[in-house]
Design a protein around this ligand. Sequence first.
Ligand code: SF4
Length: 437
Amino acid sequence: AKIVTDVVCPFCGTLCDDLEVALSDDGEEILEVYNACTIGATKFLHSQAKDRVTRPQMKQEDGSWKEVTYDEAVEYTANLLVDAKKPLMYGWSSTSCTAQGTGSEIGEIVGACMDNTATVCHGSTLIAVQDVGVPSATLGEIANRADRVVFWGCNPAHAHPRHMSRYSIFPRGFFTGKGSKSRKMFVVDPRNTDTAKMADVHLQLEQGHDYELLSAIRVALRGEALPDFVAGIPKEQIYETAETLRSGRFTVIFFGMGVTHSLGKNHNIDIAIAVTRDLNDYTKAAIVPMRGHYNVTGSGQVWGWQFGFPFCLDLTRGFARYNPGDSSSNDLLIRDEVDAVFVLGSDPGAHFPVGSVKKIAQLPSVCIDPHITPTSAVSKLHVPVAFVGVEVGGCAYRMDNVPIETRKVVEPPEGMLTDEEFLQKVLTRVRELKGAA
Ligand code: SF4
């Protein structure tokens, strides 16, 4: 077998770049994936499925699916976007930055609302960072230096399975030569997760009281008095935690949706950033969101440099407006404000509230995704595309905002388009229809 090395995993925001993929002698088939976690390896192996959909499918009146050509799919998609008064173009987190850029060009011409998966994930983090800034660090720096590691409201043992072994807990870095023995691991979570079971200290706070506990750590860092319990945690444990965090050489706080989408939302992140700032009075400290999809960070980057805002974009007036809560996908869908839905590189059918999914099912809709998903099932048109990071390369941004170029490992099935090729064809057709060619 032929081995391809330094392959990047296009699944989660850890973007592991040390995978090795064994190919058949003719280089056409993936036989095995080494170094990846189960979910990462499965993505590569799924691309080889014999029953994979390789041509666009249009839903018929009776609910059955009929195969159509890519040209017909382009025609449907371009007309759907041009005819709509206010189309929603959602997703963008499981594709390359180039495709995200081409999508933005289409969105600008048709006057779309554009949103990515941050809207139901780390959008509150982006709002907090805009409000108060962020003391950050790269995962490489963390692997080599961090000796106090906090996981707050996240469960990397399941959601980012190699995060701890590659970057945060186990690696033997330049200043962390004893691996996990060089580090103190804290988990703050109301649940006794598999990550919490590994921690030196598990602060099992009362659900929804993250803001109070973060405030209490600030109070403890200042040496001020605390009540006997905060968020269900005894004050002695809070003082001890504050002392341990400030006495290290480098503290990092990783956080997930347990804080971004619980009571307090972006204000939880504001105060987590304030704790990080306070810690910098004593030691080096950084805070990093555990981003989910492998290129949701890139989507925010691309829109940040193109439009100035990382999600919830409203381009309907020909310039970018940004108002999360108003221009966010679920709010638009629930209020019946969009009249067509375009989804690429995400699965709102699986992740949005059922009320929003019903709206998608009622509207003219297209889903561009290599897999059959709950979203493709409720859409009028499903356009299967090549897997980015497996069958075509492209840039993606890791959770710490480091751009990494993914690799092409095998050819896509014959005649299949990539996201970028499909979007380019839609862009050309949209320009023709708009008379702006
Ligand atoms: Fe892929 Fe994430 Fe697993 Fe790394 S941790 S192999 S990026 S799914």
